[in-house]
Design a protein around this ligand. Structure first.
Ligand code: CTP
Ligand code: MG
Length: 227
């Protein structure tokens, strides 16, 4: 009765820079994406994976399948993250019913903690779906377009969306497809679900579940994984 996990890893890492997409950079003895998959695979409630890769990156899969004791399917990613996640959902085995809850987790978050995955499943399944999120710590400014601040947003009601996110396979498929068809740029699953009329549960997660976006983040992830 575990949950399958879609892992989008088809991005190009433009903000990171360099020739090799960030998910393939090494931390210690293995690629970043392998750390991510191994962390999740060690969780008893994770049943298997759909790893979504850019079509050119297929050579990277060989080693991954060998290190995991759980099934791992490969799907071809698309132009935007939402395209990649939808492709991943559609590559899930038929045994994953449309009513089943599936996890979606960024390949670029290698520091995810088992206890956060557990808390997400325990709280978000009865709530109909949800996501890990962290309350905002810094003061949030609204820019006026000329480089000046013209207001301060209330911090109390603002959360940063993390992953994993957990939704029903069929509902998430419909929500992502609708957003893509409407040409709306969506940056996480919860945003697509909100558009479709759902209210995803915010489940507080650890601050150190960082997304590696810049080289400074990679150094931090390296430190966090070495502890
Ligand atoms: N992703 C994906 N398909 C895309 C874009 C992103 O599978 N078309 C994945 C990335 O590989 C990453 C996760 O979604 O694991 C979160 O995206 P992000 O951190 O934005 O990664 P990139 O899109 O690669 O980076 P950037 O936006 O800086 O180009
Ligand atoms: Mg991106």
């Amino acid at each position: 009765s575990g949950h399958w996990c879609v892992v989008p890893a088809a991005g190009r890492g433009r903000r990171f820079g360099g020739d090799t997409p960030k998910q393939y950079l090494r931390i210690g003895d293995k690629p970043l994406v392998t750390h991510t998959l191994e962390r999740l695979a060690a969780h008893s409630r994770v049943a298997g994976f759909v790893l979504v890769l850019a079509p050119d990156d297929a050579t990277w899969t060989r080693g991954l399948i060998e290190v995991l004791g759980k099934p791992l399917l490969i799907a071809n990613g698309g132009a935007e993250r939402a395209d990649s996640v939808l492709a991943g959902l559609r590559a899930l085995p038929a045994s994953v019913a449309m009513e089943h809850f599936v996890l979606v987790h960024d390949a670029a978050r290698p520091c995810v903690r088992a206890e956060d995955v557990t808390r997400l499943i325990e709280r978000a399944v009865p709530a109909g779906g949800g996501l890990l999120a962290a309350p905002l710590r810094d003061t949030l400014k609204r820019a006026d377009g000329q480089g000046r601040s013209n207001g301060t947003e209330p911090r109390e009601s603002r959360w940063r969306a993390l992953t994993p996110q957990l939704f029903r396979r069929g509902e998430l498929d419909a929500a992502l497809a609708a957003a893509l068809a409407a040409g709306v740029a969506i940056t996480d699953e919860a945003m697509a679900m909100e558009r479709a009329g759902h209210a995803p549960l915010l489940v507080e997660g650890a601050e150190d579940n960082i997304k590696v976006t810049t080289p400074a983040d990679l150094a931090l992830a390296e430190f966090l994984l070495s502890r």
